[in-house]
Design a protein around this ligand. Structure first.
Ligand code: GLU
Length: 482
């Protein structure tokens, strides 16, 4: 049997990290077994409708490489793939259930339903439908229908006993049938409820694995009973624990947690985000942490999914992002950082490739770029304590001697490149009988005006050019002479 999974997002206007993780696992479950990954847009909740929101879904799938095999934008044999375009097809399925005695017409008025409401412990009003209309005779029903009375169609739940379903992550789950409400399948406007449409769609699209958030666990017995009522085979259920902000709270966009787009905007690489969220609920059989999407497809197994909620740790993602940047092939990396460098570095004569190369080992996110390259344009104000470095064995006096000695040597360099600068400065070290750091640290400090900088004295001098190097060293000498 071909594995078919579906990503069924509601177009909310952003991609929640938890949703992207669901999509990723659906993709991996399908692709690790040579199956199909389907996109279905669940847009029937018009109140939640946001302009442009479907584009965000398409874009996210494209950016992350979670390529779907069927969907609204590319078609397929099981369309339409947009729920609102399927609206006409559900009533006939509900009527099949009515026919089989698994569902029934309900003509109860709003007022009557209101009167059934009781309050639970939290004070929320809820009503379990009292099955008033279940006992209507065929004739009464027909009379009501002929009179044009508004109706809904309800699922008839078993009265007694229990319903058990198996979830791949959570194991067997059993509920008392007496807890299940005769839920509405078709609303008074003729349209299906989400719960009904979802089951019919999954069946018609031949979905084999339904992967979704654990908030749907409590509805699953009802879904299962629907499959049984139709005589359809229920899919494998794979419910995923929530992604948490901390030990007690779910990650929530409304509470300021970042969406996928936010992370991208903040300079995280798409590959690193995908890699990181793969590990939020799944672990490989070994300790590998860095995975390309292809490696994930190769290594992914459903048995690696866990039911313990994982905490979204931005520090870990930041670390991982840094690893991705470090390990990128230089040309690809340069393409990525170039626009940001062009914006951040105002001095147009500076060689951005060289700056990029210096940054590659140090960047954790692309947003670090402006902060790390600032000093190339303008030497910041700094205090002479920066020249004191224990490990380099420098003091302000040593720094002053070193910088003064460096000036004529640097002035004498005709061909300006890393090699010549290196050779001349190291020759000077030998001549002065100093340690390397006692010359190179002061020069680095004078050139950057920062306690740390991407690159050392030689690389910075090479990038800044002879004239600017000499000017900055003069500033250092002046500061140290005071
Ligand atoms: N449209 C639902 C959501 O976005 C999906 C639920 C499901 O996958 O069954 O939460």
């Amino acid at each position: 049997m071909e594995i078919r999974t579906r990503f069924a997002p509601s177009p909310t206007g952003y991609m929640h990290i938890g949703n992207l993780r669901t999509a990723l696992y659906e993709f991996l479950i399908a692709k690790s077994q040579g199956g199909k990954f389907i996109l279905r847009i669940e847009d029937t909740d018009q109140e939640r409708y946001v302009e442009g929101a479907t584009e965000i879904i398409y874009n996210t799938l494209k950016m992350t490489g979670l390529k779907h095999d069927e969907g609204p934008d590319i078609g397929g044999n099981y369309g339409p793939y947009i729920q609102s375009e399927r609206m006409g097809m559900y009533l006939q399925y509900a009527l099949q259930l009515v026919e089989k005695g698994e569902a029934y017409y309900c003509f109860c008025t709003k007022e009557r339903l209101e009167s059934l409401k009781v309050s639970n412990k939290e004070g929320d009003a809820f009503a379990k439908y009292d099955r008033h209309c279940l006992s209507l005779s065929k004739e009464e029903i027909q009379k009501n229908l002929d009179a044009g009375m508004p109706y809904v169609i309800r699922q008839k739940m078993p009265n007694e006993g229990t319903t058990t379903f198996h979830d791949v992550v959570y194991g067997d789950i059993t509920v008392d049938n007496s807890e299940l409400d005769d839920q509405i399948l078709i609303k008074a406007d003729g349209f299906p409820t989400y719960n009904f449409a979802n089951v019919v769609d999954d069946h018609l699209m031949e979905i084999t694995h339904v992967v979704r958030g654990s908030e749907y666990l409590s509805s699953t017995p009802k879904y299962n009973l629907l499959y049984d009522a139709f005589g359809w085979t229920a899919p494998e259920y794979v419910h995923l624990p929530p992604v948490m902000r901390d030990a007690h709270n779910k990650l929530s966009k409304r509470h300021g947690d970042k969406s996928f787009e936010d992370l991208v905007r903040e300079g995280f690489l798409v590959e690193a985000i995908v890699n990181y969220i793969a590990l939020l609920g799944w672990s490989p059989s070994d300790n590998q942490e860095i995975f390309s999407l292809d490696e994930l497809i190769e290594k992914f197994t459903i048995s690696g999914l866990s039911k313990s909620p994982s905490i979204f740790d931005i520090k870990k993602l930041t670390w991982m992002n840094g690893e991705y940047i470090k390990n990128m092939e230089f040309e690809k990396y340069f393409e990525l950082v170039k626009p940001r460098l062009e914006e951040a570095v105002k001095t147009k004569t500076l060689d951005l490739r060289k700056i990029a190369a210096l940054l590659q080992k140090r960047l954790e996110t692309l947003n670090d770029i402006p902060r790390l390259v600032d000093f190339f344009d303008t030497l910041p104000e700094y205090g002479t304590e920066l020249y004191i470095h224990k490990k380099m064995k420098t003091t302000e006096e040593i720094a002053l001697t070193a910088l003064k000695a460096a000036v004529p040597v640097i002035e004498g360099i005709d061909t300006w490149n890393e090699e010549t600068i290196h050779d001349k400065l190291l020759a000077l070290v030998a001549e002065l009988g100093m340690k390397n750091g006692q010359l190179l640290w002061p020069v680095r400090t004078a050139l950057s005006g920062e306690p740390t900088s991407p690159g050392g004295a030689i690389e910075l001098a090479d990038i800044l050019g002879k004239e600017e190097t000499l000017r900055r060293i003069a500033v250092g000498i002046e500061k140290l002479s005071k």
